[in-house]
Design a protein around this ligand. Structure first.
Ligand code: APR
Length: 307
C-alpha cells in the first residue's frame, strides 16, 4: 500500500484507529508510543489478524519517530484520558506538553502531512499543534464534531426506530459542554427532526449528546470513549487520503468565518487531500449565534490559560 498514516499514541483510541485504518485498507500504518513494547506488540497483533481480516496493510509499531517520515496523515491520540469527575479541561497542561513534544519530533519529518488531533482538550490541543508544527491552518484539523454528531445520530435513530444511515446531524462549537447541536439542520431522510419529534424529546437527546463523553467515562471508570472516537478520526483520514471532499463537522482554525478570529472551533468543513479545503458557513439564528459565541469564549479562555 502506498499511503502512509502515523498514529501517535498506541492506547485505546490509537490502537482502534490503527485497526480500522488497516481493515479498511486505507494506508500502511505506523504506530508510535512512548511505552516500549506497546506499539510493537499491538502492531504485530494487528498484522497477524490480517490474513483473517483479508487486508494487505503493513503495520509497524515503534518508539522511534524516524519511522513516521513521509506520512500523508498523522493522527495524534497520545495523552492522558479522563477519569470520572474530570472535565476535558483538566487534561490541559499535561496533554499540551505531550502534544508539543510530539509535534517537534514529527512535523519536520512529514512537512506535507495533514495533522488530525484527537487528544483532549481538543480545541486547545489543535492550537498547540498549529503553533508548534507551523503548518498552514488547512493542514491542522481536530476530531470532535463527527463524534458528537454520531452520538446525536445514534440517539435519534434509537428514538425514532429508524436506520442510522438515514440520519444526519449538525453540531457546531467546541468539544465539550458548550457544543451547539443544531436540531433544525439534523434530519432523518432529509426531514428535519423538528418535524418528527416533540421539542422536549429533542432537548433530551441534545442534552445526552452534550454529556455523551461523560456518560461513557462514568461507565468505564478508568478510560474515556474510544470506539466511536476512532471511527470518527478514520472517517476524516478516509476523506483526506482519497480526496473525497466530504462535508464533515471538524475543528478548524477560523480567521473571521462565523465572525470568530484566530480560534479552533467545530464547523462544517470540506475535507480533501489538502486537509480543510473549505469552511462552510451557514446562516445561524440569533439564539444559535449566541450559543456559538459562548462556546467560542469557553475555548478561548482555555487557550489563553495555556499561554
Ligand atoms: N508520546 C507518545 N505516546 C504517549 C506520550 C508521548 N509523549 N504520552 C502518552 N502517550 C501514550 C500513552 O503511553 C498511551 O499508550 O498515549 C496513549 C494514550 O492511550 P490511553 O491512555 O489508552 O488513552 P486513550 O483512551 O487512547 O485517549 C487518548 O484521546 O480521546 C482522547 O481524551 C482522550 O486525550 C485522550 C486521548
Amino acid at each position: 500500500m502506498q499511503r502512509k498514516v502515523t498514529v501517535i499514541g498506541a492506547g485505546n483510541v490509537g490502537a482502534t484507529v490503527a485497526q480500522r485504518l488497516a481493515e479498511k485498507q486505507l494506508a500502511d500504518v505506523v504506530m508510535i508510543d512512548i511505552v516500549e513494547g506497546l506499539p510493537q506488540g499491538k502492531a504485530l497483533d494487528l498484522q497477524e489478524a490480517a490474513p483473517i481480516e483479508k487486508h494487505d496493510a503493513r503495520l509497524t509499531g515503534t518508539n522511534d519517530y524516524k519511522a513516521s517520515e513521509g506520512s500523508d496523515v498523522i493522527i495524534v491520540t497520545a495523552g492522558i484520558p479522563r477519569k470520572p469527575g474530570m472535565g476535558r479541561g483538566d487534561l490541559l497542561t499535561t496533554n499540551a506538553k505531550i502534544v508539543k513534544g510530539i509535534m517537534e519530533q514529527t512535523a519536520p519529518l512529514s512537512p506535507d502531512a495533514v495533522l488530525i488531533l484527537v487528544t483532549n482538550p481538543l480545541d486547545a490541543m489543535c492550537h498547540v499543534a498549529l503553533q508548534t508544527s507551523k503548518f498552514p491552518r488547512n493542514r491542522v484539523v481536530g476530531m470532535a464534531g463527527i463524534l458528537d454528531a454520531a452520538r446525536f445520530r445514534s440517539f435519534i435513530a434509537t428514538e425514532l426506530n429508524v436506520s442510522v444511515e438515514n440520519t444526519h446531524a449538525f453540531v457546531l462549537g467546541g468539544h465539550g459542554r458548550t457544543m451547539v447541536p443544531l436540531p433544525r439542520y439534523s434530519t432523518v431522510a432529509g426531514i428535519p427532526i423538528t418535524e418528527l419529534m416533540p421539542q422536549d424529546r429533542i432537548e433530551a437527546l441534545v442534552e445526552r449528546t452534550r454529556w455523551g463523553g461523560v456518560e461513557i467515562v462514568d461507565l468505564l471508570k478508568n478510560n474515556s470513549a474510544y470506539y466511536a472516537p476512532a471511527s470518527a478520526a478514520v472517517e476524516m483520514a478516509d476523506s483526506i487520503l482519497k480526496d473525497r471532499k466530504k462535508i464533515l463537522p471538524c475543528t478548524a482554525y477560523l480567521q473571521g468565518e462565523y465572525n470568530i478570529h484566530d480560534l479552533f472551533i467545530g464547523v462544517p468543513v470540506k475535507l480533501g487531500k489538502d486537509g480543510v479545503e473549505e469552511i462552510i458557513e451557514v446562516t445561524l439564528t440569533e439564539e444559535e449565534r449566541t450559543a456559538l459565541k459562548k462556546s467560542a469564549d469557553a475555548v478561548r479562555s482555555l487557550v489563553e490559560s495555556l499561554d
